[in-house]
Write a protein that binds this ligand. Structure first.
Ligand SMILES: NC(=O)C1=CN([C@@H]2O[C@H](COP(=O)(O)OP(=O)(O)OC[C@H]3O[C@@H](n4cnc5c(N)ncnc54)[C@H](OP(=O)(O)O)[C@@H]3O)[C@@H](O)[C@H]2O)C=CC1
Ligand SMILES: CC(C)CCC[C@@H](C)[C@H]1CC=C2C3=C(CC[C@@]21C)[C@@]1(C)CC[C@H](O)C[C@@H]1CC3
Length: 605
């Protein structure tokens, strides 16, 4: 074990950052592990930790606290501490006797420190971190001082029941303060977005125009007799035919109906992952009830002879109304984000550029009281609306093609996509660990994506089949079903295993999995499907997407738009996730990539 020449030597006294905070303490270097590139250090109270070099600094340049302090940050060091709790209240009596004094003697001094037993010192690097460290320790000492004062008064006048040894009670009170203070949400700020994605400001401006335009063109092509790329561009409709107040009313009512279902006090309430502030938001899990109740409402409408093919007949007007709704929502989201507290902003949508932040989403979790707008929009009006649209296309096909029953192709497309949506809402809780909820702000991209892109482009196969029937042989149906089944199995198994592992890594059902530990304390799955490729859930989803297009035959490429777009989306998404995971996990992620070389498709880097 050779120490790297440029860093710390064995036995050297340096300053080590305490994990989970930015408090620096005097430590002594015990050893260095060349594999993990971690130093083993020992604190004054005997706590041994493994720290990254970046979490250690030379004592020069530090001075005793009393000045500025550091803001807290999640130190990615691995902890191998002998002491259970990172914060300990200790009693230091000036008398040398071993046994605890029976009565609090004036000379007994109760010292509350955030362990290890060293005063936090200041890193003279003039960075803004220093403030929080002293804020933390000053919050602890203020509260402790209040308890000491109360105790002095209490002891003097015996104001409250005391344990046999008053000092023990006092220590217990002080320990509670230290624990509470350290568990208080960190007042972390969300820094400016340094790296702009999606082509930066220009890319964002382009997408705000491009996405609605593509949606329009796809729908116009789909309703042509020959939706061939050779017959491009499609004939543009009269502008006044694109707006219908009655259609907009139906869209608005659908949105409100889904909002009502979302607010139903049924289903469990779960917490999301911790935010930058340390807070965890609560989410009502009742999406599957919404699917059931929406299907029931659809059934009632159908049996009440409501002509549901109306949606197909006014499809462009429905798309325009949804675009207007998503745009109004996006403007509302951006305006309200101007008043959001800094800790509530999205790390990826805080560039300071209006267009970019409007597109990506400036606020991370915009809520109206407990109504989470991003979570609601991602899973309810658009996703369930997609299924309603598919059903409308099925009825329209029977009317247009004069069929007594839907075609096999239409039934396959409706069934496959109904399974996909029902599965998403059955496993609704898993959405809470996706990057859209955890990292991305709620802006035009997701508002348009949820309310327009999903219901109107994901239903393209069903829309195509209304006027472009495609007969299927039973053997070919069997092949398509097998492809769907394989895709769904890979998708579901990968997502469920990863989500179960993230929720409870010690789950006995997961005792067989192999993992790579990381300095954050979380581990990475590296066995089974997660040992095959780094995003097996994406692989399963893409396989399913191909099964959605195959029933439409091979006459036109239009029904394959979704699988083509989806592959592009997931490749881009995987790259974004890769960058975030490398930042989160450092060398552990590099090791994961060394062991699992393929990103999404086996054999393809
Ligand atoms: N139909 C559609 O339009 C779309 C569908 N989807 C589907 O949604 C599902 C979720 O997608 P998405 O949120 O993008 O991706 P993931 O569910 O894969 O979430 C990515 C996160 O998972 C964690 N992770 C990655 N690798 C591992 C590992 N080896 N072990 C443990 N945790 C790991 C990391 O977070 P951490 O370690 O911090 O927990 C990473 O940031 C996918 O099945 C995808 O196909 C996604 C987008 C669009
Ligand atoms: C149009 C833009 C360029 C991109 C918009 C992307 C959105 C449509 C998707 C981003 C992540 C999504 C997820 C799902 C639907 C599509 C969006 C919103 C799911 C809910 C689909 C069902 C899966 O089981 C879970 C997915 C989570 C991510």
């Amino acid at each position: 074990m050779t120490m790297p020449s440029n860093r710390f030597q064995k036995g050297e006294a340096v300053m080590g950052r305490w994990p989970g905070s930015s408090l620096y303490y005097e430590v002594k270097v015990l050893s260095y592990d060349t594999d993990t590139q971690l130093y083993t250090v020992i604190y004054k109270d005997g706590t041994e930790l493994e720290l990254k070099g970046a979490d250690m600094k030379r004592a020069t340049g530090f001075r005793q606290s009393g000045g500025r302090s550091r803001s807290r940050s999640r130190s990615p060091s691995r902890r191998r501490s002998r002491s259970r709790s990172p914060a300990r209240v200790t009693r230091r009596s000036t008398s040398r006797t071993k046994e605890a004094p029976k009565e609090p003697k004036p000379k007994d001094v109760l010292e509350v420190r955030v362990s290890p037993l060293a005063k936090p010192v200041e890193n003279n690097s003039n960075n803004k971190h220093d403030k929080e460290v002293n804020d933390t320790s000053s919050r602890v000492s203020e509260k402790a001082e209040a308890v000491l004062e109360k105790n002095r008064v209490g002891t003097r006048y015996n104001l409250r029941p005391r344990k046999e040894d008053p000092m023990d009670q006092l220590i217990e009170d002080l320990q509670k303060i230290v624990d509470e203070t350290l568990s208080e949400p960190e007042k972390q700020t969300v820094g400016k977005t340094a790296e702009l994605e999606f082509g930066g400001k220009l890319g964002a401006a382009f997408m705000i125009v491009f996405l609605p335009a593509v949606t329009f063109v796809l729908l116009l092509m789909c309703q042509q007799k020959d939706p061939s790329l050779l017959d491009f561009p499609p004939v543009l409709p009269e502008l006044d035919t694109l707006w219908d107040a009655g259609v907009f009313g139906i869209v608005a009512l659908w949105f409100l109906f889904q909002a009502l279902l979302y607010m139903l006090p049924v289903g469990k309430v779960v917490e999301g992952l911790p935010l930058a502030t340390g807070k965890r938001l609560k989410y009502r899990i009742n999406g599957f009830y919404a699917v059931i109740l929406s299907a029931a409402a659809l059934g009632v409408a159908y049996y009440q002879d409501v002509d549901l093919s109306y949606i197909h007949d006014h499809f462009m007007q429905f798309a325009v109304s949804s675009m207007i709704l998503s745009s109004v929502l996006s403007v509302y989201l951006y305006v309200r984000s101007r008043w959001a507290r800094e800790g509530e902003l999205a790390p990826g949508g805080n560039s300071g550029n209006v267009i970019y932040d409007f597109y990506i989403g400036h606020e991370l979790n915009p809520r109206i009281k407990s109504f989470d707008l991003k979570y609601f929009c991602e899973l309810r009006p658009g996703l369930i609306g997609w299924i309603v649209i598919n059903f409308s296309m099925l009825l329209a096909e029977m009317k247009f093609q004069k069929l007594d029953t839907p075609s096999l192709a239409m039934m396959l497309v409706n069934g496959f996509q109904l399974l996909y949506v029902a599965d998403a809402l059955w496993h609704e809780e898993a959405i809470l660990t996706t990057m859209d909820i955890v990292h991305d702000g709620f802006g035009f991209m997701l508002a348009f994506g949820d309310l327009v892109w999903v219901p109107f482009t994901y239903s393209l196969q069903a829309f195509y089949l209304v006027k472009h029937p495609n007969a299927l042989s039973w053997p070919w149906v069997a092949v398509i079903l097998a492809i769907k089944l394989i895709g769904y199995s890979v998708f579901r198994k990968a997502n469920s295993e990863k989500n179960a592992f993230r929720r409870n890594p010690t789950d006995p059902k997961l005792s067989h999995v192999r993992t790579i530990p990381t300095a954050t304390g979380k581990s990475l799955l590296v066995s089974g499907l997660w040992g095959l490729v780094r995003h097996p859930n994406y692989l399963g989803d893409i396989i399913m997407a191909s099964a959605w297009s195959l029933p439409c035959g091979f006459t036109h490429i239009l029904p394959y738009f979704y699988v083509i777009y989806f592959i592009c989306l997931l490749i881009h998404r995987e790259a974004r996730d890769e960058k975030q995971c490398r930042k989160k996990y450092g060398s552990a992620w590099d090791e994961y990539c060394r062991q699992v070389r393929y990103r999404i498709i086996p054999g393809v880097y």
